[in-house]
Write a protein that binds this ligand. Structure first.
Ligand code: SF4
Length: 475
């Protein structure tokens, strides 16, 4: 490592939206000649981009800051910076309680890292949540595996779900312009990205605040960017989806038949208490319509158990709904009181043991259904994006098929590559015949090439330390 080169280590906590913010901060640093290092031991500057929306995530953030502070007091590090949702939520308290930290940035202050690195910045630089939305001209160093990247299309949320404080951390909905998102998509694809994962807090509301075109128009424009292979949608709020969007999911060759739509519950009374703005029947209608229209749909969703007021009967209704809908991917979360949330003031708190029992009961039902759905892939031929060596099994190549989102949905373990003209590399796309399945993963033989990766993307070796929080987040 060049001793004269200044170095930076970045830890990104929480959700993919926070990860994109981390990548912007890395872009800001690398524009100033900083080198990204994997080991905090070797870093002049350490940045912790925090998550602050629920207790476990807050604890993880504070533990990580204290861990990094050791390098500040004992190591090479001469600047410890804390950014993101936790410092947005508690700037003064954290500045008081954490003297080891040199600078605090909020959830909209990523570009201010420049003045921090320039050495002329205040200690607390936490602005208002609505001060910034990422733009195509912002520097950004993509950290996901070659061939894939997140594309943040908007920031903030205007909804009032009872259990959620994100609107106070991220501000009101602020959509980017369609042209600006397409400009960034073109830049990412030009750097070798084939899969674009569209994210925001409330993706279905894209463009409503700017009146310049709805989500379907954006998705179609992004899917028409030359060289893009897969466009995947995340964080869809359960509203009546417009026909144009459903048609894209069903018919467009590059828009994946993949829906990430956290539903949170299914019982009318509970959905009312959660202030979700609809009843359970809408969810039955949505699932029926999407399954009926979109062939090979992969449906990912999330539920909260133990929300104040949840009765045994309401939980039974949720189980009934899940066993009927047969979702492919389900995240289950135990409710937790969040200061500032509407639910924290509600009566009828559910005791932890009951929430725990419900959590395991629903997780087990979801796991069985996922395993059965996954088994139906055996003997099918799937398009797979190669990601590289598996984290679990050394020397085993792995990738993801169209129904598997990055980091959260399982993998495809590849064999039979010895018959190819070369060993597949990250970013390649291959055709695979599935030979085995488990709950979320499958294994299969590579039977042909689909698209070979262009020369390795220059920034492929950049790695953020992303702590996989099992609590992705809400919507
Ligand atoms: S749960 Fe999602 S949609 Fe609801 S307020 Fe939070 S971020 Fe917005």
């Amino acid at each position: 490592m060049a001793d004269d080169k200044r170095t930076i280590h970045l830890v990104s906590l929480g959700c993919p939206k926070n990860r994109v913010d981390s990548e912007v901060m890395l872009g800001v640093a690398m524009e100033r000649g900083y080198l990204n290092v994997d080991d905090p031991e070797d870093a002049d500057v350490i940045v912790v981009n925090t998550c602050g929306f629920i207790d476990p995530a807050k604890k993880e953030s504070v533990d990580t800051i204290l861990e990094m502070a050791d390098f500040r007091t004992e190591g090479r590090c001469n600047k410890l910076v804390v950014a993101g949702c936790l410092s947005q939520r508690h700037p003064d308290e954290m500045a008081r309680e954490l003297p080891e930290v040199d600078h605090f940035l909020g959830s909209s202050d990523m570009l201010k890292l420049g003045s921090v690195l320039g050495g002329d910045a205040e200690r607390v630089l936490v602005g208002k949540p609505a001060d910034w939305v990422i733009a195509a001209e912002n520097p950004r160093t993509v950290s996901s595996r070659p061939g894939s990247a997140y594309l943040k299309i908007a920031e903030g949320c205007n909804r009032k779900c009872s259990f959620c404080v994100i609107p106070s951390l991220r501000g009101k909905q602020r959509s980017r312009s369609i042209d600006d998102v397409v400009r960034e998509a073109e830049r990412l694809v030009a750097s070798g990205v084939k899969e674009l994962n569209l994210i925001s807090q409330d993706t279905i509301s894209f463009g409503r605040d700017t009146k310049q075109g709805a989500l379907a128009q954006l998705v179609e424009r992004v899917a028409e960017v030359p060289g893009v292979h897969w466009v995947r949608l995340f964080y869809l709020y359960p509203e009546k989806l417009d026909d144009a969007l459903v048609d894209l999911l069903a018919d467009h060759p590059r828009v994946l038949p993949y829906v990430d739509m956290p539903l949170q519950h299914a019982a009318d009374g509970m959905l009312r208490r959660m202030r979700r703005g609809h009843g359970g029947q809408r969810l039955y209608d949505l699932v029926e319509r999407l399954r009926g229209r979109v062939k090979d749909l992969t449906f990912r969703t999330a539920f909260i158990v133990g929300h104040p007021g949840e009765t045994d009967a309401e939980f039974e209704e949720l189980l009934e709904f899940v066993s009927w809908a047969r979702f492919d991917r389900v995240g289950v979360f135990r409710y937790s009181d969040e200061d500032g949330s509407h639910a924290a003031e509600l009566e009828g708190k559910v005791d932890e043991d009951t929430a725990e029992v419900r959590y395991h009961q629903l997780m087990e039902m979801a796991r069985q259904i996922a395993a059965e759905n996954n088994a139906e892939l055996v003997d099918r031929e799937l398009d797979v994006l190669v990601e590289g060596e598996s984290d679990e099994h050394e020397l085993v190549l792995m990738g993801r098929h169209r129904g598997q989102a990055p980091s959260i949905d399982g993998q495809v373990y590849l064999s039979g590559t010895e018959y190819l003209d070369r060993q597949p590399v990250p970013g390649d796309m291959v055709k695979v015949r599935v030979t085995q399945s488990s709950d979320y993963d499958v294994a299969g033989e590579v039977i042909d090439w689909l698209d070979k990766a262009p020369a390795a993307r220059p920034v492929a070796n950049v790695r953020l330390r992303v702590l996989p929080s099992d609590r992705r987040d809400v919507t």
